[in-house]
Design a protein around this ligand. Structure first.
Ligand SMILES: [Zn+2]
Length: 259
């Protein structure tokens, strides 16, 4: 059984441990599994392994980071080609038909039943688990910071992307701006709403769990060639384990812990 056909009891895996810190890590695109009911989606193994199927390298970064902070990491195990957990249900790119030049045969003209099944099996349980974690933090009166981890492909439509990492933000940019400055101090080229901008509709996880709940949040994208191997993943996990607490401390000093 290959890595993308492993049978999961749940649509998510929880890594790391809670030792009272503020961070809750989430990773919408960490996995590349496909439910057996959907076969291989009509795609070759090479296509399924591309960046269109998952955020390459972010699984290693997330798990190491969860270990180092420490913090709980809720990681989606299914490929974004099955259903994109960073899109609202029913969004035009929730279940992509064509992505970066690749047509996904099993996603063409899918029935309402198929769509609902994917939402109920994969999307909703994952977000319910995130909500449960955040509810527990908030109910305990704890500081809570949602950290969404992503990675992006180094070149898109023939254009090289210069950023080492990018911070995506929209309604509350305070923590993102602090994190951008800290990463720049590390000598990195940091995208400010690059390579993507956070909007109410193009994203789902941070709008729902961060913005709507008014919880401080970070959405970070790391360039995939920097975290393709274990050494790169370790380097970035160490960097984020050092900078996230610094960013949060600065935030509290500037805005107060309950800002
Ligand atoms: Zn992603």
């Amino acid at each position: 059984m290959s890595v993308d056909q492993v049978l999961m009891a749940e649509s998510f895996v929880v890594h790391g441990r809670d030792e009272g810190g503020p961070f809750v890590l989430v990773s919408d695109h960490a996995g590349r599994a496909i439910p057996p009911e959907l076969g291989d989606l009509g795609l070759s193994a090479q296509e399924r392994a591309r960046h269109i199927g998952w955020d390459i390298g972010i699984d290693g970064v997330g798990r190491k980071l969860a270990d180092r902070l420490p913090a709980v990491l809720i990681e989606q195990v299914y490929s974004r080609l099955v259903i994109d957990c960073n899109r609202a249900p029913g969004h035009p790119t929730s279940i992509v038909q064509v992505t970066d030049g690749t047509t996904v045969p099993r996603n063409q003209n899918i029935s309402a039943q198929d769509r609902t099944w994917r939402e109920q099996t994969i999307l909703h349980p994952y977000h319910a688990r995130i909500r449960q974690e955040l509810d527990a933090h908030v109910a305990a009166g704890r500081q809570t910071v949602v950290v969404a981890l992503h990675s992006f492909t180094p070149s898109m439509h023939g254009k090289q992307r210069p950023w080492h990492a990018g911070l995506l933000h929209n309604h509350d940019s305070r923590l993102a701006r602090i994190m951008i400055a800290l990463l720049q101090k590390d000598g990195l080229v940091v995208g400010d709403n690059e390579p993507y901008a956070l909007t109410d509709t193009s994203d789902y996880t941070i709008p729902v769990h961060g913005e709507q709940r008014e919880l401080p949040h970070i959405e970070i994208e790391i360039r995939q060639d920097l975290i393709a191997d274990d050494a790169g993943q370790t380097e970035w996990a160490n960097r984020l384990a050092r900078l996230l607490p610094q960013a949060w401390q600065q935030f509290c000093e500037q805005y107060g812990e309950n800002a």
